[in-house]
Design a protein around this ligand. Sequence first.
Ligand code: ZN
Length: 427
Amino acid sequence: MTLTPELRDRILASVEAGFDDQIAYLQRLVGFASQRGEEFAIQDFIFRDYAARGLKMDRFEMDEAALTAHEGGAPFSARHSRAPIVVGLHHPRDETGRSLILQHHLDVVPVGPREMWEHDPYGGEIEGDWMYGRGAGDMKAGAAANVFALEALRRIGLQPAATVCLQSVVEEESTGNGALQTFLRGYTADAALIPEPEDEKLARANLGVLWFEVMVRGIPVHVREMGEGANAIDAAYRLIGALREIETKWNAEASAHPECDGIDHPVNLNIGLIEGGDWGSSVPAWCRFQVRISIYAADKAQAKLAEIIDHAMAFARADSFLNQNPPVFTQNGFNSEGYILAPGSEAEQTLERAHETAFAAPLESFTTAAYLDARVYALYNRIPTLCYGPKARGIHGFDEAVSLSSLKKVTQSMALFIADWCGTENI
Ligand code: ZN
């Protein structure tokens, strides 16, 4: 199926005509503080907004028992979000086309020190081609694109001729449990499209991600009694060194993973948070740190976690302090395997056509080492999963921003994709 040139032009013009509204909608989304555990208000906004647009609504909680029993589920910690998942369903009059999931996540990472931002992290300020704000790129721009790609069709009197599920999730930045819950709820389709800020490219492959916390404990003493190596913070540093050995070893294996061709350092170990000790003149009795590491797309999450713990415990047994005070490992987030998108699917070909029309350039693909919810649809729904979206910068950093010209073209490409993939019928 391909679109007629006349319909293509009407769709492109319709996205253009609605783009001011799309920018205002995106600013509204950026204005909601939606860090982990705070996403209730924005999900409530989405629920009411989708209902007003005529979608059939479903809102549900995450099921801790079902999620943790699933091989791709992550353990719950005290910080796990309790915000609901929201799904809006479009049903056509005649189901003649191919169905589609459009997904986004609305949780955002912390803003960090406010003084490091030039722009208000929740202001949605526009300067030149860029809209600033935490989540502007990752991925509230994609959330707005999901809605306005469909609106562009509606503006010219059309709607998809197949079921479309708009899935608004949370917990993407820490566990991926939100996307997994939509699968456990039973939602599926003939393809999924997730407009993450992918620099106008298609994610061909995605590495898996593990999160865990390490606790090192000792016995507190005054500094004058401090024996060599009796300091829990010093011991934690030594243990981090042992974890860096794993990172080096895994990176040296990159050539065995063709999806990582051309990527210098695919496996990234991040010590994202560290705390310990109680007082400047007391030898610290405890130190806790948070670790994130990537694993290759072909690797099993639990086997790789076991490899890490074995290596760290062997190091600990040879360390005079850690030998007496073995570190405790707790998995407290991502338990996620990566995926490789098989090239040449009809869904991908459809996106290639749409992208070429919107950008007048061929669609490129690449491998990303970041976590993607797309893994749920690729691994468990087992459907073609297209992770593709606008240019952004400062993601997870300061002055995060999305390119508005890029967002417009991506939205045009998405609207063309939906019309082509699902087919259209008159409203
Ligand atoms: Zn994201």
